[in-house]
Design a protein around this ligand. Structure first.
Ligand SMILES: [Zn+2]
Ligand SMILES: [Zn+2]
Length: 138
C-alpha cells in the first residue's frame, strides 16, 4: 500500500478516499478486474462514486504503473495490480479464478530471431500474456 501511495505522491496525485479504495481492492484481490467490478466493489464503501470516475482512476493508475491493462478472453479490458514498477514483465492469468501472477522470465529471443530472419524486420518491443489454470485451481 505504501509503495502505491508513494507512486501517487511522486506523480503529484492527491491521495483521495476513492483512489485509496481502488488501490486497496487491487491489493487484496490480486485478480484481473473489469471496470464495472471495481465500480461495484468500491461503491459499497463510497456511494458518491460514478463509473466515469472509476474509468478515470484506472486510466491514471495504468499511466503511473500501479496497475496494468490486460485482455480477457472475451476481448474486454481488465486491469490487474502490477507489483514490479518499471521492470519488463509478463502475466499469467488463471482462466478459472482470474488470479493474475507476474512472470519475470522473458524468453522471447527465439521468436524475435524468427521474425528477423523470415520477415526481415526488427523487433523492438512485445507484450505477452499467458493464460491457463493456476496451481490452486488445477
Ligand atoms: Zn485459479
Ligand atoms: Zn518480455
Amino acid at each position: 500500500m505504501d509503495d502505491c501511495l508513494k507512486i501517487l505522491k511522486d506523480h503529484k496525485f492527491k491521495i483521495t478516499p476513492k483512489r485509496k479504495a481502488v488501490i486497496e481492492l487491487f491489493l487484496t484481490s490480486r485478480k484481473c478486474l473489469k471496470p464495472y467490478d471495481v465500480y461495484k466493489a468500491v461503491r459499497k464503501r463510497l456511494d458518491s462514486l460514478g463509473l466515469p470516475t472509476i474509468y478515470r482512476i484506472l486510466d491514471e493508475f495504468c499511466r503511473i504503473g500501479i496497475i496494468k491493462r490486460l485482455q480477457s478472453d472475451d476481448g474486454q479490458l481488465v486491469y490487474a495490480f502490477c507489483s514490479s514498477q518499471k521492470k519488463h514483465s509478463h502475466y499469467f492469468v488463471c482462466l478459472n479464478c482470474n488470479k493474475v501472477q507476474e512472470v519475470s522470465v522473458c524468453n522471447i529471443n527465439g521468436i524475435s530471431r524468427y521474425i528477423e530472419k523470415n520477415l526481415g524486420a526488427k523487433v523492438e518491443s512485445h507484450q505477452l500474456q499467458l493464460e491457463g489454470i493456476c496451481s490452486e485451481c488445477k
